[in-house]
Design a protein around this ligand. Structure first.
Ligand SMILES: [Zn+2]
Ligand SMILES: [Zn+2]
Length: 289
């Protein structure tokens, strides 16, 4: 006997939890709470490993900039206070506007089941591509004279950044670059009508992970760019903060390569390599004596 009806599947643990969060409550308010609270938890806990690394002398050899030290307790405290305040004053109102916009664009919010993992992964990858391209041009634009002076200069206060500084930015910059983060999901939703909030939340989490890592100031052997070809990571973005130019993209290295905005960075890497070779030679000569 054939059965053409879709089989009923019991909700997974996470789906049941998700459903119970919304049950009998205002969907917009629950969405706001989920987005704001998860942003705070994810951002600050993602910064924690780097704050701990700052206290471990054996890990200091992995600091990308050895001469400029800005990750002092005083600077971190200053940045922490600014970022926390800006989350409440500027980002919270932006998050309030998320639910009506997401519903308008057709995003599934409180419904279950969640999409299959393969679909979520494909959509998140697409958002990475979109954000990276958007960010490349928006960030390049922010380096244009008056925009830099009045908006982007604040983020560049740190020439040797640290994790917490990822969101240390002018509110207008947060709005402009945030468009790249939320623009991908909204556009995808508009054209396909197939996107769940849980996928958007997963994307935002990974985007936060990427941003904090890029500003961490550390290049560990296990850092993402050392095992994921084409990934930017801290090693790439740290140069942008040090030199105030080149390496404008966030996640991948290809746009800077295609548009030639990595030439100074590559020349710097060559000079660093040559210098290391000279130092090694001198050390070997010393040993041979
Ligand atoms: Zn910049
Ligand atoms: Zn930065």
């Amino acid at each position: 006997m054939s059965n053409t009806t879709i089989p009923y599947t019991t909700p997974t643990y996470l789906e049941a939890k998700w459903q119970s969060l919304f049950e009998g409550r205002n969907e917009a308010l629950v969405t706001l709470a989920i987005l704001f609270i998860s942003h705070e938890i994810i951002y600050f806990t993602r910064c924690l490993p780097y704050l701990i690394a700052d206290q471990i002398p054996a890990l200091q050899k992995y600091k990308i900039q050895q001469k400029t030290i800005q990750n002092t307790a005083e600077n971190q405290w200053k940045v922490f206070r600014y970022v926390l305040l800006s989350h409440f004053i500027f980002e919270l109102p932006m998050i309030v506007g998320f639910h009506p916009v997401a519903v308008y664009f057709g995003m599934a919010i409180s419904t279950i089941p969640f999409p299959p993992l393969t679909k979520m992964a494909a959509q998140v990858f697409l958002f990475f591509l979109f954000e990276d391209f958007f960010h490349y041009w928006a960030h390049r634009g922010l380096h244009y004279g008056p925009f830099y002076k009045h908006i982007h200069k604040l983020h560049h206060e740190w020439s040797a950044p640290f994790g917490l500084a990822a969101e240390y930015a002018h509110p207008i910059e947060v709005l402009i670059l945030g468009t790249g983060t939320i623009g991908g999901p909204l556009l995808w939703c508009w054209f396909s009508g197939d996107l769940h909030l849980i996928t958007t939340l997963t994307w935002m989490t990974l985007r936060l992970f990427q941003a904090v890592e890029a500003h961490s100031g550390y290049d560990f052997p296990w850092s993402t760019h050392n095992w994921l070809p084409g990934w930017s990571g801290a090693e790439h973005h740290d140069y942008h903060h040090m030199a105030f130019t080149n390496n404008f993209s966030t996640s991948f290295r290809w746009w800077d390569h295609i548009f030639g905005t990595n030439k100074k960075y590559l020349a710097y890497k060559e000079r660093q390599k040559a210098q290391k070779a000279v130092e090694l030679k001198a050390q070997q000569a010393k040993k041979a004596l």
